[in-house]
Design a protein around this ligand. Structure first.
Ligand code: ACO
Length: 363
């Protein structure tokens, strides 16, 4: 006897997997609250270090200040730089995204630093070294006097970034530092729930992030804009892609039924950057046409712009190469992953969902 498959495809939609004081997503209102602040307000008021301090404080119920986070991340960047030869040794020949996975797995506890600072501090050092290795360039040593965002750009480009670029990247890091029970954060919590350590949780979370349905979308967004190329091709290109059954990258979301609030935050950041950014009016026309085409093709399912559409344009504008988009997303989201792993360890139980068996049963 075979048991019938359930009619609704399983995706754990709406199933709570945790109680959290870290962030809240309201998909109907299009609202994201991180550590008690609406995302737009948090970006206006807080640096990445400040937002990370709020997340770690809420996760552990033990107060940590922005200055302490800034100092710990600066020290952690130095420790990671000293370990680079070992961290990168196993990944020769891999793409930046894949080599980053192997390097995170090689991180370990550092004396005098918390695991969360060790992880968040290490990620831009690894990302920058991998991008430079792909160009046959030597890694650039970190500068602990700079902000995490400014030092990330400096280690990538080899020179101190313009203030406008560092400000834009900082705003991006805050915007995406946490986002409820997204797939990579859920992964981090599952791993932490087994009492595995934060290094294991962050490694697993990054693996979940790399897929094109989650953190791997921005690179294909730029590829789509490049493939469309000119204004006359926008509508026919989108119509042909949808007719082939393809998903338009940067659109749709499991939770949001309206526009992702982070899209507008990032659009504002791009506008403030001025002419450095890719042709924003062309991108806005593509966005508009995509939203109309999706509404016509899927009238029962509101599909609107998500954070990844403008992420692609912003990261490109601050000269981050496409192959580093997913690792740079990880630089930001590691603040959330580590906070969720700490919160899970403090308050949660082993996460162990059920399943619906649809195989054969014995007579
Ligand atoms: N383009 C075209 N069709 C789409 C899109 C899209 N971007 N998104 C969803 N659909 C379609 C699905 O194919 C599905 O059609 P079907 O019923 O005929 O099979 C229908 O809309 C409903 O899909 P959902 O249930 O809404 O999709 P789900 O919640 O499983 O997926 C997801 C959400 C993965 C984000 C999806 O919208 C998608 O693939 N988007 C493109 C990739 C992307 O931008 N990812 C980044 C997300 S943001 C982030 O993770 C940081």
């Amino acid at each position: 006897m075979t048991i019938q498959s359930s009619k609704t495809p399983i995706g754990l939609d709406g199933v709570p997997a945790a109680e959290t004081a870290l962030s809240h997503v309201d998909g109907d209102k299009g609202e994201l609250i991180i550590a008690g602040e609406r995302v737009a307000d948090l970006v206006r008021k807080s640096s990445f270090e400040g937002a990370t301090a709020c997340l770690w404080t809420n996760a552990t119920a033990s107060s940590v200040t922005e200055a302490e986070v800034r100092a710990a991340l600066g020290e952690a960047r130095h420790r990671a730089y000293a370990r680079l030869p070992a961290l990168l040794s196993a990944s020769a020949g891999l793409s930046v995204v894949d080599a980053f996975r192997s390097a995170i797995a090689g991180l370990r506890a550092e004396p005098g630093l918390t695991p969360q600072a060790t992880i968040v501090g290490a990620l831009p050092v690894i990302a920058a070294a991998l991008v430079r290795r792909a160009r046959n360039a030597e890694p650039v040593a970190p500068d602990a006097t700079l902000s995490h965002a400014a030092d990330t750009l400096r280690m990538l480009q080899g020179e101190k970034p313009l203030l406008a670029e560092a400000t834009a990247l900082d705003a991006y890091l805050v915007t995406v530092c946490d986002h409820g029970m997204n797939a990579s954060t859920f992964t981090a919590r599952v791993v932490a729930s087994t009492r595995a350590d934060l290094f294991a949780a962050a490694t697993a979370a990054y693996c979940a992030l790399t897929g094109p349905l989650h953190g791997g979308a921005p690179e294909p967004v730029l590829e789509m804009l490049d493939a469309i190329g000119t204004r006359e091709r926008i509508e026919p290109w989108i119509a042909a892609a949808l007719a082939r059954g393809e998903r338009l990258m940067g659109f749709g979301h499991r939770i949001y039924r309206v526009r992702d609030p982070r899209a507008d935050v990032l659009k504002g950041v791009i506008e403030a950057l001025g002419p450095r950014a890719k042709d924003l009016s062309f991108a806005a026309e593509v966005e508009d046409a995509a939203r109309k085409a999706l509404a016509a093709t899927k009238p029962d399912r509101p599909l609107d712009t998500n954070v990844e559409f403008f992420t692609a344009i912003l990261l490109d504008a601050v000269s981050i190469p496409r192959q580093a988009f997913t690792p740079i997303f990880a630089v930001a989201r590691a603040a959330g992953w580590t906070a969720h792993a700490l919160e899970q360890q403090r308050r949660g139980r082993l996460l162990r969902p059920g399943s619906i068996y649809i195989g054969e049963m014995p007579e």
